[in-house]
Design a binder for this molecule. Structure first.
Ligand SMILES: [Zn+2]
Length: 373
């Protein structure tokens, strides 16, 4: 069904087009040309302008003949992490690698070509399907900025599948944590460290006092927490006046997320009170949780599709956040699919041709499952 040579060639072609967050223009143009050649309706939104990038999110529509089927969307991101320029893909024993100096960008070109190949297969095999939308986002790797600025009215889908997950094809990720970022500024009192240290209050000591009383790391099965950076102080002869800490909390459970945020805020405030100083705390939601259950139609369709391929569905939650979280927050039930990429975000990144092909077959199978609803 899937033309293995064609999908591999397209993968090799697209990873060699440079792309980065905010610099997706070349890849977006290449994709738009391909989508239009396939007869799809293509639009680009203005998300790029909002974030000073040179391309927007690309949305393509493939109308179907099965009119009562739910509209489904497939999605992948066009940007990639660095070092991602000048990729020279190599094929060895059925596995595609970079030359070791860059990433491979299977994350997320694999997802992109799996969608394109599936569209070709649906047409060639005259497979009946409902309306299908394809979403290619920008700046996923830079804070999910493309999804956050997506013109939601351009999507009519009732379920979306993000081809952007680790694990072999058959891996279904219906749940991911919400994340909050906490920025804490501890306001100490500066003083000369050698002449009159008793007149100062060290912001570093206050921060340390708070941190040592905190539960950090893995809080429970669905909640994690980290203080990622701490910056402060000017010189050894000055009692430090200011320390700024950047922290994150993640949980698939909103109440547990809030409880952990409250715990950290309390410890910082209590430490400040003990030392007679103040803290400024800023809390920001990075993204909401995605939490579909096996009973949701979006999950059922992919479970059916995986089984139809003769594979065993493997439902697993993730600890990461992605575009799917943002779309869930915008009211679109979303699932992340494992597409067989390995060691992403590293120069050892790879994907097997077998998995590349299987991912395209899965897209076709999901379209078929949706057509039967
Ligand atoms: Zn990705």
């Amino acid at each position: 069904m899937v033309n293995q040579d064609r999908i591999v060639q397209e993968f090799l072609e697209l990873v060699q087009i440079d792309s980065a967050p905010g610099q997706e223009r070349q890849l977006a143009d290449a994709l738009k040309a391909k989508l239009e050649a396939l007869g799809l309706e293509v639009v680009e939104d203005s998300a790029g302008e909002a974030i000073d990038g040179n391309a927007g999110n690309v949305i393509a529509r493939l109308p179907g003949k099965v009119k009562n089927a739910p509209t489904i969307a497939f999605a992948a991101h066009m940007d990639r992490v660095s070092p991602g320029f000048g990729i020279k893909p190599q094929v060895k024993d059925g596995i595609i690698y970079s030359d070791g100096t860059t990433i491979l960008a299977a994350d997320d070109v694999a997802g992109i070509v799996q969608m394109l190949e599936a569209v070709r297969v649906l047409a060639e095999q005259e497979i009946e399907h409902g309306d299908i939308e394809l979403l290619f986002t920008i700046s996923e790797e830079a804070g999910l900025q493309g999804a956050k600025n997506l013109d939601r009215s351009l999507l009519r889908a009732q379920a979306a599948y993000f081809l952007d997950g680790g694990g072999d094809v058959g891996t279904i990720i219906p749940a991911a944590p919400a994340q909050k970022k906490i920025t804490v500024k501890v306001n100490g009192v500066p003083a000369h460290a050698g002449i009159e240290p008793e007149k100062g209050v060290s912001a570093i000591v206050v921060a340390a006092d708070a941190i040592t009383r905190m539960n950090l790391g893995r809080i429970d099965e669905e909640t994690t927490c980290n203080i990622g950076t701490i910056r402060g102080g000017v010189a050894t002869n000055i009692i430090p006046e200011e320390v700024v800490l950047l922290c994150e909390v993640r949980s698939r459970n909103e109440q547990k997320l809030q409880a952990q945020v409250d715990h950290m805020v309390n410890e910082f405030e209590n430490a400040a009170t003990r030392f007679g100083v103040s803290v400024d705390i800023d809390i920001e939601e990075s993204y909401p949780a995605m939490n579909l259950s096996e009973d949701d139609q979006a999950v059922q369709l992919v479970v059916e599709a995986v089984k139809a391929m003769g594979l065993t569905p493997n439902l697993v939650p993730t600890g990461g956040g992605s575009d799917a979280n943002i779309l869930v927050g915008k009211g679109l039930p979303s699932v992340i699919l494992g597409i067989g990429m390995e060691k992403v975000h590293s120069t050892e990144e790879s994907i097997s041709i077998e998995q590349l092909v299987a991912g395209a077959e899965l897209v076709v199978a999901i379209a078929q499952a949706a057509a039967k609803v």
